[in-house]
Design a protein. Structure first.
Length: 638
């Protein structure tokens, strides 16, 4: 019995000792694991900072602050920051429909806008991979014969030109969208109907072109033998499992998206309040350039497809195609800084980011990613032209770029003050060049040794021989490159998507004079018309009365021309019938004006040329000069 108790006592002691040892070992193990986790977290944070992306907690804090600061102008916004496999931070804020108190969630449907172009370029690279599309071959070989109407150059236009936005097309100002579904045109018809002029030789100037992107999609249709929307659904959406995204302008390719799009209303911020635009449905004729619509989750899925190793890409079969897609195809003026990567825009934030932003009538979106850290982010909001999230998010996620890699200690100070006009809006052919001159001009001036500008730019700092930082009034910084010719003369400024072409001071002065004198002459003629109409009843002599009637007719012709110009600029830009009527009427009235002027001289009182007639002569001269110079008669070939 004693021996049994002893054995039991020994066993109990042994068990307790074992328990203590196990506890000690467990404690050591737990302590070691926590230490490892801490070390791994520090390493991850250090790696993230090294690769460009900030710490997740810092990202969450700053995005929350950004939304709070801009809540008054944000109906809803969805943001997701992610790496190749996981979400780093996601947030959905606000209401998809404020009036009906419909909260935004992961199923809220937004429009992609120009982010849709990435689908075009991805599709083109798939066909390139299959050997069906040569990126450097003239696209006319893939298009119906005599497809183009307004080409000005014989040089080939390639798919790379379309990807780099340097095919030479000006912006189409024919209507590219409609609010009436029954007026929606097929893609080929829409491209023909809205074809703009080719105002630059291919490869010469970067001029962002929605029409060029839609043209690339039509090339994809002809090469693949499939409707573009069907191609995207089969070769991108289906491959990635994007079940909540549509590409057709009427959303007929995805019933779920069509139904849920009705739940999202759009808003614009004005007079310190959000103003509703309702459902804000606009059907884009050249739809590949900007009509993709879907959820934030699907947009994130699409973005993640570009973060994997090229050999693992779900979108391509060959191991190097993704790397090729994301390699530079267009450089800035320095010849070494990437500008486009097969259609993907390059953004120099705290990291080298690839992607695209987008705007539609009522939505704003942004997709950007950093391949070095395999991270990215997407943003969608139902606010019109929401600049704040597009400009601030890259800095919040990747850090603000001080452009130190572009700065040089010793560089040649350049005088790049002067007048510049935006390439994509330069209507060299057609009557709307005067509109472009007023709207699309950038003026850089020097005050007290500092550069400033219009267009919301507060300051400009040259940082190298060919680069400058433009700081906007909201604090946003943009990198511009200074373009020079072989003699070193400044010919333009470049940002990612647009060139600004420098105008000579002489040309600028002439155009200002012709524009101002045209407006003044038209105004004077209308005042004289009123004066003649009031005084006509006081003239009793038949010859004098006939002379004054001629002057009245002359004034009527001038007034109709002036009214027609105003109407066409404010109401007829997108109305083809009104444009044609104006074209005919304008030329007819110009002829009538000259005829009446000659008649006035013949019927002048007793052969004397009056002071009023001299004034009318001068006005007619400036109106005729302005009419011809600004091509107010030309509604074709543009």
């Amino acid at each position: 019995m004693k021996n049994i108790n002893l054995n039991i006592r020994k066993r109990v002691i042994a068990f307790l000792m074992l328990l203590v040892c196990v506890s000690g070992l467990l404690g050591v193990s737990i302590s070691y694991t926590n230490a490892e986790e801490g070390k791994n977290a520090e390493d991850a944070a250090e790696t993230s900072e090294k690769n460009g992306i900030r710490d997740a907690a810092e990202i969450e804090k700053n995005i929350t602050k950004l939304i709070e600061e801009n809540s008054g102008e944000t109906p809803s916004v969805s943001i997701s920051v992610f790496d190749q496999t996981d979400d780093i931070y996601s947030v959905v804020y606000g209401n998809a429909d404020i009036e009906n108190n419909v909260a935004a969630d992961e199923n809220t449907v937004y429009e992609w806008g120009s982010v849709s172009k990435l689908l075009v370029w991805t599709s083109a690279m798939q066909l390139y991979e299959e050997g069906k599309l040569d990126l450097e071959k003239d696209i006319r070989e893939y298009l119906p014969k005599d497809f183009f109407q307004y080409l000005s150059y014989d040089e080939p236009i390639t798919m790379l030109n379309l990807m780099n936005h340097n095919a030479g097309f000006q912006s189409p100002y024919r209507d590219v969208e409609t609010s009436e579904l029954e007026q929606l045109m097929p893609l080929d018809e829409a491209l023909k109907e809205t074809e703009p002029a080719q105002i630059f030789a291919p490869g010469e100037v970067v001029a962002y072109s929605n029409w060029g992107a839609a043209l690339a999609a039509y090339v994809i249709e002809n090469v693949s033998g499939m409707d573009y929307a069907d191609y995207v659904n089969q070769n991108i959406f289906k491959k990635l499992g994007m079940e909540h995204t549509a590409i057709k302008p009427d959303l007929s390719d995805n019933a779920w998206v069509a139904e849920n799009r009705n739940k999202t209303h759009c808003y614009y911020y004005e007079d310190e309040k959000l103003n509703s635009m309702g459902e804000c449905r606009a059907y884009i004729h050249i739809y590949p350039a900007g009509s993709a619509t879907g959820t934030i989750g699907d947009l994130k899925t699409f973005a993640k497809a570009f973060l994997c190793d090229s050999k693992d890409s779900p979108l391509f079969s060959k191991p190097d195609t993704l790397d090729t897609l994301l390699s530079p195809t267009c450089f800035f003026a320095d010849g070494k800084t990437p500008r486009f990567c097969h259609g993907f825009e390059v953004d120099y934030s705290g990291a080298l980011l690839l992607g695209h932003g987008g705007n539609t009538t009522g939505f704003t979106a942004l997709l950007e990613f950093d391949r070095s850290s395999k991270t990215g982010f997407v943003m969608m909001t139902n606010a019109q032209g929401s600049r704040v999230y597009r400009s601030k998010l890259p800095d919040i996620i990747y850090g603000e770029n001080d452009y130190s890699s572009f700065r040089e200690d010793n560089f040649t100070k350049l005088d790049f003050s002067g007048h510049y006009i935006m390439s994509g809006g330069e209507f060299e052919k057609g009557c709307f060049y005067i509109y472009s001159f007023l709207k699309d001009r950038l003026h850089v001036r020097v005050q007290n040794g500092e550069y400033t500008s219009n267009s919301g730019i507060s300051s400009i700092e040259q940082i190298s021989d060919d680069a400058a930082i433009f700081t906007l009034v909201n604090g946003e910084k943009k990198l511009y490159f200074i373009k020079t010719d072989k003699e070193g003369n400044i010919t333009g400024l470049e940002n990612t998507s647009t060139d600004f072409i420098k105008m000579s001071n002489f040309r600028f002065a002439i155009e200002i004079i012709l524009m101002v004198t045209l407006i003044l002459a038209l105004a004077i003629m209308m005042v004289l018309l009123v004066a003649h109409c009031i005084k006509i009843r006081f003239f009793k002599e038949p010859d004098v009365k006939r002379y004054k009637l001629c002057e009245i007719n002359l004034g009527v012709a001038e007034s109709i021309l002036a009214s027609a110009i105003v109407l066409i600029f404010f109401f007829g830009v997108y109305n083809k019938i009104l444009r044609v009527i104006f074209c005919i009427a304008a030329m007819a009235f110009l002829g009538l004006m000259l005829d009446l002027l000659i008649l006035c001289h013949r019927r002048s009182i007793k052969g004397k040329v009056t002071k009023v007639l001299i004034l009318e002569d001068v006005c007619c001269f400036f109106i005729t000069a302005g009419f011809i110079y600004w091509k107010l008669y030309q509604f074709w070939g543009f």
